[in-house]
Ligand binder design. Sequence first.
Ligand code: NDP
Length: 450
Amino acid sequence: MAEYTKEVEEFVAKISQKNAHEKEFIQAVSEVAETIVPYVEQHKKYKEANILERMCEPERVIIFRVPWQDKDGNIQVNRGFRVQMNSAIGPYKGGLRFHPSVNLSILKFLAFEQVFKNSLTTLPLGGGKGGSDFDPKGKTDLEVMRFCQSFMTELSKHIGGFTDIPAGDIGVGAREIGYMFGQYKKIRNEFAGVLTGKGLQYGGSLIRTEATGYGVVYFSQEVLASKDDSLEGKVCAVSGSGNVAQYTIEKLIELGAKPVTVSDSAGCIYDKDGIDSEKLEYIKVLKNEQRGRISEYADKFKSAKFHADTTPWNFKVDLAYPCATQNELDVADTKTMIGNGCKGVFEGANMPTTLEAYHIIKKEKLMFSPGKASNAGGVATSGLEMSQNAQRLYWTREEVDYRLKMIMKSIHSNCMEYGQVDKNYTDYVKGANIAGFVKVADAMIAQGVV
Ligand code: NDP
């Protein structure tokens, strides 16, 4: 906190006091406050309307019981959530996360970030997030279906095409979205675009599955291009092995980079020869169909080694793409990475870098893009799925990919507008925060004190 101004300190202290047990939410607010509080101090209309404090309070939080029956006939109960954070510029939009760590703090941090991210996409989308402490890992398809049906039975009362449109996140992929969509349709008797990330047979969009990972790489391509550099030949560390990691790796390979790591919560794979398309296909089948563990990669490919309980940040790489979860890149890892010559960190996950680690990255002037800017391609393509559903037509793969690329380019230039410090350095965190904030804040002021 040492480098904060008095105003930032006071603001963070107030939010911390009000949300004392919500450490991830306080972390996300602190990161935004660092750049937005000074900006608000310079712009009277935002200060008078107390916009930032209003943005820190969800418009609504729904918490509900989710009972279901497991394969042995036992009755289980989980907790369901939907945080409807801000609807100033459009209906609430944001993913659902199923993971045992899910709690109100994590969902509020994700919903808060989502408000800025959705604003940056240039699409009319408000921000929300939801999920449950249910763990799909190790469950049968039938158990996952029963859980999803019970979860949607309650959630269906609070969402809708013009109200709130959830999508996937950690633990919620095509299978879970399918089960939830089926239950929504049955209960409401309407075939509506109420979820995104749907299967292609029933309203999904081409490229939605790939969009977050592809978008992260498109964003990093823009950052490098602004420095007359490219991805060609760059050695990259990627964490995670789920949706975002898989398609980050796919695009990196396509653009001539060499991804060398992949991970899950048990540890990390380092493949000295690099992960090529054939190895990536193996990862997709292993994780998406067999629901196996990433350690199995090392049994299959001799060039690779599995390092238990290790993150991918200990190897010599040019660029890092954290794509697993929040706070997975800490101070020690960051120092090691910088010591090994890493020149840039592009966040695929939401808030994967701790606040302290980010301060080191900023001090060293590494290239750094916050998730709210670089992983916005996923929600942007969800927005494109909504547009296609509303028009009752489908765009081609090329058309969606082109629009995704254009959106990532425009997010990049919006970040530069507010974040460029000099010819050689852009503060993308500042740029993303201010660009995201201004649009939402102006809409809130126009709509009065509601
Ligand atoms: P998935 O569930 O597909 O994959 C998550 C991956 O992260 C898995 O490999 C998982 O390993 C790993 N992981 C989860 N928790 C931990 C942990 N505590 N430590 C180490 N590894 C962990 O999720 P996504 O790929 O969809 O999401 C990844 C990140 O990207 C999240 O932060 C999410 O919020 C963000 N994001 C996702 C978007 C999307 O469109 N899907 C859009 C924007 C952001 P394991 O199998 O062991 O749990």
